[in-house]
Design a protein around this ligand. Structure first.
Ligand code: AMP
Length: 297
């Protein structure tokens, strides 16, 4: 695996692959790689001609300085894991390479970014994400870019961005990878104490509680949300939000008739965790894109 630090080196490394018409895949990450990231890299390895992984801890998407400061950083470890998962190229630019002096442009997706994570973390969070993703896409010019459905709102926002700006790239969302006990993998899990780690299991359990109500025939969004909230409360967790929304528009839904996306955020101790599940009532058409969660057959 080759490690490159500048846009010029990245483009030079990808040029022969573009000429040879290999499918170029990009997997954007902020490092602290875990099985969730590695599943994206492995998928790219299996489906594309050349796999570029970006490793950039993007300061502009952190609304809390302390969150950025305590974010785990270990490039050597990340590089070894990315290579073992099948990456051909690691693009690990400096902050100055991405935001050189005089940098003055931002990309903003309106509406979709104002709720859930946008409301909780402030407008700068998604502005930071959409600006850096646009830049990464322009730097690498990939054919396909893989994201995790773990960050479901991010996927919806990026699909909107790519469509609105006519960016010539396919966006694919891959299923959330979980620990054996159900907790969604996240770089932030390492910050949980043993007691918090145990209590955090209420988050996947809350999604399961709603899923079980769907299997039992419940279709009212308020009841499904209440089932999730009750499970969180039982573990002493007050959610920031639990909501059932349309998976494409993120608009709240009242009644589950097709696939619904149940989104959830909660702090466990000082650690903020997010998770989601797609709920599909029996007999409803399957979601048109691969999404996490089992179809409720
Ligand atoms: P991050 O480094 O947190 O920006 O994440 C990089 C990519 O990995 C994003 O597309 C995330 O959605 C994805 N990702 C993070 N956690 C998981 C997970 N548990 N399962 C699948 N993808 C994930």
């Amino acid at each position: 695996m080759m490690v490159v630090r500048t846009v010029a080196e990245l483009r030079a490394a990808l040029r022969p692959h573009r000429t040879a018409q290999h499918s170029i895949a990009l997997v954007p990450t902020m490092g602290a790689l875990h099985e969730g990231h590695l599943s994206l890299i492995r998928h790219a390895r299996a489906h594309d001609g050349v796999v570029a992984v970006s490793l950039f801890l993007n300061p502009s998407q952190f609304n809390e300085r302390s969150d950025l400061e305590r974010y785990p950083r270990n490039e050597r470890r990340d590089a070894a894991l990315a290579e073992a998962a099948g990456a051909d190229l690691l693009f690990a630019p400096s902050v100055e390479e991405v935001y050189p002096p005089g940098f003055a442009t931002s990309v903003e997706v309106l509406g979709l970014t104002e709720r859930f994570e946008g409301a909780a973390r402030g407008s700068e969070h998604f502005r930071g994400v959409t600006t850096v993703v646009t830049k990464l896409l322009c730097m690498a010019l990939p054919d396909v870019t893989y994201f995790g459905q773990k960050d479901a709102q991010q996927v919806v926002v990026i699909r909107r961005l790519v469509e609105d700006l006519n960016l010539p790239v396919r966006i694919e969302a891959l299923p959330t990878v979980r620990e054996p006990d159900g907790l969604a993998m996240s770089s932030r899990n390492a910050l949980l104490s043993a007691e918090e780690r145990h209590r955090a299991l209420a988050i996947p359990a809350a999604l399961d509680a709603a899923r079980e109500r769907v299997i039992a025939g419940e279709r009212a969004a308020s009841t499904l949300v209440e089932a999730g909230v009750a499970r969180l409360h039982a573990s002493g967790i007050e959610p920031e939000y639990v909501s059932l929304v349309d998976p494409d528009t993120l608009e709240p839904i009242d009644t589950l008739t097709g696939a619904g996306l149940l989104v959830l955020a909660a702090r466990v101790g000082h650690v903020r965790l997010i998770d989601n599940a797609v709920l599909v009532p029996q007999g409803a058409p399957n979601p048109r894109r691969p999404l996490p969660g089992k179809a409720l057959a």
